[in-house]
Design a protein around this ligand. Sequence first.
Ligand code: 13P
Length: 295
Amino acid sequence: MILSHNYQVPEVQDIADFVGDSLGLSQAAARTEADVIVFCGVHFMAETASIISPDKRVLIPDLGAGCSLAATIDGEKLRAWKREHPGAVVVSYINTTAEVKAERDYVCTSSNAVKVVNSIPKDREILFLPDLFLGAFVKERTGRSMEIWPGECHGQAGSTPGIVNQRLDANRDAEFLIHPECGCVTQFLYFAGKGDFDQRLTRVLSTEGMVKHARESQAAKYLAATETGILHRMRKENPDKLFLPVKEDAVCQYMKMITLEKVARSLREMVYEVRVPEDTARRARVAIQRMLELA
Ligand code: 13P
């Protein structure tokens, strides 16, 4: 089975059996009966698939496809943070290594982070990692006080309020779709909180949420604040609508390392296998299963 994240290059998305966001891809990996999964995405996504389906062979076409956000925290840093907050519940975004996943209580993706945090008893302290913008968004939406790890995605954080304002001014008629990892999400929360932001036209969504919204909305024009790979599916599924990026260069070089040639090689030579040590996988699986059950 070939899985592709929404940020992959168009030609890879087009040959995949399933294209989706982190949650959808985890669910697809969990339910497939295929013996081999070729994961067209970044390394932590393939690791997650391997943890969920330990009896399957999970391949990534390029082992160099990492994630700058996942790289902001490792097991040692997390253990030190936990020692400073004994008894706290650790909620981690899926963009983390297996080693970090093994140290936490809950895992979440951009599409269910609010739901996951809301499921935690109100009297428990929460440590949220590793994305500061997603953390700020979840904190505001749930009203929970949380300690937030100061990590960010190099591509998404660059969609700053200044850039967004210019694009919004030039496209007043467009619906504005923001990924919660974006630097502009805190500005949205600030203005929304003051009540002077046009919330009818703005949505904070996961990548799959954006695709679904574009399909269902009547609007003719959309501005997307996220990695530009998302535009391919939106345009393909809605040829009569206009989709523009907030930032043309919001491109994740790691996602773009996967090419058609590398996917073909992966299938032909069964490379590169992603396998998580069993002890780490067993501990990480608990938190991922909890999320899949909630979703
Ligand atoms: P989604 O789960 O919304 O696709 O986001 C994944 C991701 O890594 C964004 O940088």
